[in-house]
Design a protein. Structure first.
Length: 275
């Protein structure tokens, strides 16, 4: 990846992370840890990979994205704002009435949101349905969904993967955000769903494993997904919960806690001072 594009993506990801902190701090609630871990993936999707138009959020042939880990809506809202779907000033209205930025994504009120999510485990099903519809209608759009590693303990995730492979949905990419932590602790100790790669291959997926904070690896992985025919692709992205904020990184308590004023100031200073 050329240096200019790489720096542009890093700058956009920084803006997304700042948006996450601003939103959760203003709301005094929310889920910053997993939002920060998925920030780079969402940045790459919306700024480089997906065919979307902020001026026409319901464009018929747009690519679709389903945030299956819906509690990480702060990251989705931040990337949509950064991409121009709505003003960034709205991020501080997170979880407030009558804001259109509620605790989980709402496709009926928020520009750029393709699927309302919240109940964990449902996103792959919704995304697979969209991908099958594209096949049936002969449409060119692709569908992407992001699933949490803890969320992958849900049985419906695997039912949907079986469906996607059966119907040869090569226009579907499932992204596993593997940050190793869920609300109750380390994923491997709560209910170990690994090995994701071997299980997904057994279900009929093409599988790619990457560093979920490396844009060069993302570029190669998504290119590989587009080139894969006859089966869906899963990208297992190894990430850091709370990425970019030193006191949040790899700390399970930041799964669903908002920063106070002092923590907010430190987080913003770190993010603005980083590359």
């Amino acid at each position: 990846m050329e240096a200019e594009k790489l720096q542009s993506l890093r700058d956009a990801a920084k803006k997304v992370r700042i948006g996450v902190i601003e939103g959760t701090h203003a709301a005094k609630s929310g889920h910053p840890g997993g939002s920060l871990s998925i920030a780079d993936i969402l940045t790459y999707l919306y700024f480089e990979e997906m065919n979307v138009d902020p001026a026409d959020p319901r464009m018929a042939d747009r690519d679709r994205f389903v945030l299956s880990k819906g509690h990480c809506a702060p990251a989705l809202y931040a990337v949509l704002a950064a991409r121009g779907f709505f003003p960034a000033e709205e991020l501080t209205t997170l979880r407030r009435y009558p804001s259109r930025l509620q605790g989980h994504p709402d496709m009926n009120s928020t520009p750029g949101v393709d699927m309302s999510t919240g109940s964990l485990g449902l996103g792959v099903s919704a995304a697979a349905g969209m991908a099958l519809a594209a096949k049936i209608d002969g449409k060119p759009y692709r569908v992407y969904t992001a699933v949490g590693d803890g969320e992958s303990e849900e049985g419906q995730v695997w039912e949907a993967c079986m469906f996607a492979a059966h119907y040869k949905l090569d226009n579907l990419t499932v992204i596993i955000d593997w940050n190793g932590l869920q609300i109750d602790g380390p994923v491997a100790e709560v209910m170990n769903p690994t090995p994701h790669d071997e299980k997904l291959k057994a279900f009929g997926f093409h599988v790619v494993s990457i560093d979920g904070h490396d844009f060069n690896q993302m570029e190669a992985a998504f290119r590989e997904a587009r080139q894969t025919k006859g089966r869906p692709t899963a990208i297992i992205a190894k990430t850091v919960k709370g990425k970019g904020v030193s006191f949040m990184e790899n700390q399970v308590k930041w799964h669903g806690s908002a920063p106070n004023d002092e923590q907010y100031a430190q987080a913003i200073a770190e993010l603005k001072g980083g590359n």
